[in-house]
Every structure is written in C-alpha cells, then in structure tokens.
Design a protein around this ligand. Structure first.
Ligand code: TK8
Length: 332
C-alpha cells in the first residue's frame, strides 16, 4: 500500500517537473484593433493575466491595441509569416485567407447570442477553425464582436431605401460589400484603423459595428444617427501564428488554449453587459437612436437572401446545410 502510494507520488512529481521544464520563458505579441478601453482591450488584458498565471509567470503576453501592429489583414499576414505570435480580429477580414469564414458573414444568420455561442463553440465553429492551419494560422476560440448596427451622419435609417446614396464604410469583405450595395448604399471597404478619421473628415457618411464599438471608439462624436438593425452577428477570432505555434511544447500550447477559453467566457459576459446599457449611454452622448420596425427588418432580410446562395457556394454546401439544419433544430 505504502509502496504504491510512493510510486504514485513520485510519478506525480515527475509529471509536474516535466511540465515545469516544458514551459520556457516566452514573450508573446498579441495584437488587436480597437483601443485599450474597449471590450477587446479588457479581454486581451484578461488573456495576458491568465497566460501569466497558468505558466507560473514564464509566458508573458504583450497585448498591443489600437491597430498599432497594423489592421486585421496586416496582422494576419504577420502571423502567417511568423513575425507576430498572436492576434484577435474580425472573422470577416479573414475571408480573403480562409473562405469558410464567410459563413459568419451571412446576414441575420443568428437570432440570439445563445445561438451564436452554440454554433461557434460546437462542431460547425470548429470545422471553420480547422481550415486555418493549412493557411498558416491556428484558430483558438471565438470572441463576441456582436450584432452590428448602422450609424451615419445624414439621416435616420428607418427602411433600407434610406441608405440610398449614403457612403458607407464596410469591412474588407465581399459579402459585406455586396450586401450593402444591394441595399442601395455606396459601400466602400476600408480597414478599421482608418475609420474614425474617415467619418470625421466626412470621407464616408456612415459605418456599421456593434454598440460596444460605437461607444468605445467614440463614433458618437462624429455620427448623429444610430439605426438598430442587428443585421449580422460578428465574431472575433483569436489566432496564433502556426509557424510559431509548432515550436511550442504541448504544455505551452495547453496554457494558451486554456487561457483562450477563459478569455472567451470573460469577454462574452463583459461584452453583453456593456451592450445591454450601451444604447442609453449613446443617447446620453447625443446620438439619435431609432429601432427599425420589425416589418422593415423583414424586408431587409428578404432582400439580402439573394446573397445567401453565393455564400453557400463559397463555404461549400455541406457546411452551409449543416449550419441551416443545426439552427432549425435549435429553434424547434
Ligand atoms: C477591429 C475590427 C472591428 C470590425 C471592423 O480590428 O473592422 O469593423 O468590427 O472589430 O475587427
């Protein structure tokens, strides 16, 4: 009995010694696009704390916001080339690299955050992440960017026809470009890092992003009208450079995976709490807010279904059908 206990104890000691040896001092540059006061900034700092804690202080994450390491597309290239270790950014800006990400661009795909969590954290979300390694990226988890809404400096949008002639910044993504052109806007793709300046100088009239971003990026200073459309749920994807990831030990990878999952849970809770009171905050900052009537949302949705066929072809019909079936089953 004693002998067996001793063997068990020494095995456990050996295992922890192996783990300690397997975690080396590492400096990880983690880039993101929004500012440090944003939900993205808070969750990035939380991730850094978790990595530090789980690695016994050996692995250090330097979270660098404000697109200081470049906008999403540039950071993706830095990860692929191995010049930067990690980032978080919009799934929509990743479509040029990994076409299956276009699944999340589908207008009105999810009705609730709960539906989004179930699909993103389940087998479908994983299938999409599994397309990243062949492109040089490792996808860890999805964070919530959130349901997107329209702002502009011209007029309240109460029906999609009101977008006529509005110069609207969209992400660098064809589904967004085609969707807003179809709705009548003059859509222009542009990286997020240039957006505030473009709104300020009136190079563009409007943009679309979740409440949280409209608040944290101070778009209320340069945009009068906020029209609540919830036209699409936008995820952020947390990623690592595959070139770099492959040099890590299993123990180091586990630290990052565990910390990424903890940051995801923290981020969604924090984002939802902020979003719940954001409209009141934005009104207090002087924005004029209008909800699109349900009938007008339905007309917008109908108009945009023309886009769905092309998304199905882009992502592949099996994945498209699996997603449609999973959502139908959840809504029963
Ligand atoms: C931040 C972007 C942003 C996205 C956009 O890097 O570009 O509008 O919503 O969150 O990824």
């Amino acid at each position: 009995m004693l002998r067996r206990t001793l063997i068990a104890v020494s095995a456990a000691l050996m295992a922890s010694a192996v783990v300690a040896q397997d975690i080396k001092p590492r400096l990880i540059r983690f880039g993101y696009g929004l500012n440090e006061q944003s939900n993205q900034g808070r969750a990035s700092r939380y991730f850094a704390e978790q990595v530090e804690k789980l690695s016994g202080g050996k692995m250090k994450v330097r979270a660098i916001g404000n697109s200081a390491l470049g906008p999403d597309v540039q950071m993706q290239q830095a990860l692929i080339g191995g010049a930067q270790e990690m980032m978080v950014g919009s799934s929509a800006t990743l479509v040029g690299t990994t076409k299956e990400m276009a699944l999340w661009d589908t207008p009105f795909l999810f009705n609730t955050g709960k539906e989004a969590d179930a699909v993103l954290d389940g087998p479908i979300g994983q299938k999409v992440l599994d397309k990243l390694p062949e492109k040089g990226l490792v996808g860890l988890v999805y964070w919530e960017n959130g349901f997107r809404n329209l702002t502009n400096s011209k007029r309240p949008v109460t029906k999609f026809e009101d977008l006529d002639g509005i110069k609207l910044r969209v992400m660098q993504n064809n589904v967004y470009l085609d969707s807003f052109k179809l709705l009548g806007a003059n859509a222009v793709p542009m990286p997020f890092s240039e957006l505030f300046g473009a709104l300020e100088t009136k190079a563009v009239d409007g943009q679309e992003n979740p409440f949280n971003t409209i608040l944290s990026s101070k778009f209320y200073e340069v945009q009068k009208y906020l029209s609540v459309t919830n036209h699409v749920y936008s995820p952020w994807v947390m990623m690592a450079s595959k070139k770099w990831w492959d040099t890590l030990s299993k123990a180091e990878q586990k630290v990052l995976i565990d910390a990424a999952k903890a940051s995801r849970d923290f981020e969604r809770k924090d984002t939802r709490a902020e979003a719940a009171k954001a409209v009141a905050d934005l009104k207090a900052k002087g924005m004029q807010v209008n909800e699109l009537p349900a009938a007008e949302v339905a007309r917008m949705r109908d108009k945009l279904t023309h886009i769905n066929a092309s998304i199905g072809v882009t992502v592949g019909m099996p994945l498209w059908n699996e997603t449609r079936d999973a959502l139908a089953a959840m809504r029963k």
